[in-house]
Write a protein that binds this ligand. Structure first.
Ligand code: PBG
Length: 333
């Protein structure tokens, strides 16, 4: 008969982690490159690969240079990109109309990438007008300077449709307007784009961790903040409800953004929805690890691996991360 108490000293948990062999035998695998989407910034022009100072390792690319960069990341097994257009200030307008030009930055980039890589590259596009409006908000402003929901929907639908027409595989609305998923799905379907996927930035917070992105994309609001449309981190129930709403409106996939500070909500939505779930490991989460390592406060590779393992463990099927273009350096076993 086993008189084992189930406790120390009869049981010693350290036995199961005493060697690298047993540890690796018991370890869950790190997510492979096929789980990642690389978010990348595109600018007009040629032969441009401009470093983003707030995001070391990331660049603003003209389309020709983007094709070279994508060929390189594809060599590491990364199969998907998410495109963000960066516009010169003088091309921005109050109505964000450059967002849906057939010859716009993102639309041109999608066409050229598809010409080069065809179905070997999955192209996601961010659908939000903050990079295209002179005021930097994610929709149309009324006279009081408040983002008006319903007029913004038409703009987002035109933008999404122009991306689909260019050949995007998946449009990803991130403006946090009510009804944007249903409106965009309707616009896609009525134009014959029934096969274009829709990944909703469904649970997206008004976060202080988008700072480096806003420098990269020159998309910070000139006045005010985004709290009137992005979710409040002190109201997690409302933020989860946003995901259920988008599921009901016809989103194919959901998202939690940022990721590392919202692992609880990744788990919760994973448990409550059967839809695929993406997590966006945002710019602030990326740059702060680099800043920490540069100060000698941690080993960058180990910090990257630990943070990606956490996002994966919380239940994300897809990880949108700037580490993707450095997969071999930081994440490959
Ligand atoms: C567009 C958008 C933003 C990000 C992704 N899409 C900026 C914002 O909402 O302010 C941030 C991504 C990041 O920080 O990496 N609205």
């Amino acid at each position: 008969m086993n008189k084992n108490s189930g406790l120390f000293p009869d049981i010693r948990l350290r036995r199961l982690r005493a060697s690298e062999t047993i540890r690796s035998m018991l370890a869950a695998p790190m997510p492979g490159p096929e789980k990642f989407i690389w978010p990348v910034f595109v600018v007009e022009g040629e032969n441009i690969k401009q470093p983003i100072s707030a995001m070391p390792g990331q660049f603003r690319y003209s389309v020709d240079k983007l094709i070279e960069a994508v060929a390189e990341v594809k060599g590491m097994g990364i199969k998907a990109v998410m495109l963000f257009g960066v516009l010169e200030q003088e091309h921005k307008t109050t109505d964000g109309s450059c967002a849906y030009r057939p010859d716009g930055i993102v639309q041109t980039a999608v066409r050229k990438l598809k010409e080069t890589f065809a179905s070997a590259l999955m192209i996601f596009t961010d659908v939000c007008v903050c990079e295209y409006t002179s005021h930097g908000h994610c929709g149309i402003l009324n006279k009081k300077g408040v983002v008006e929901n319903d007029p913004s929907l038409e703009l987002l639908a035109k933008m999404a449709l122009s991306h689909a027409e260019a050949g995007a595989d998946c449009v990803a609305p991130s403006a946090m307007m009510d009804g944007q998923v249903a409106t965009i799905r309707g616009a896609l379907d009525s134009s014959g784009f029934t096969d274009t996927l829709l990944l909703s930035y469904s649970t997206k917070f008004a976060s202080s961790f988008y700072g480096p992105f806003r420098e990269a994309a020159a998309s910070a609001p000139s006045e005010g903040n985004r709290k009137g449309y992005q979710a409040d981190y002190l109201n997690p129930r409302a933020a989860v409800r946003e995901s259920f709403f988008d599921e009901a409106e016809g989103a194919d996939m959901l998202m939690v953004k940022p990721s590392l500070f919202y692992l609880d909500l990744i788990s919760e939505i994973r448990a409550k929805s059967l839809l695929p779930l993406a997590a966006y490991n945002v710019s602030g989460e990326y740059s702060m690890l680099i800043a920490s390592a540069n100060n000698g406060w941690g080993d960058l590779k180990l910090m990257v691996r630990e943070s990606i393992a956490a996002i994966n463990r919380a239940g994300a099927d897809i990880i949108i991360s700037y580490w993707a273009n450095q997969y071999n350096k930081f994440l490959k076993d």
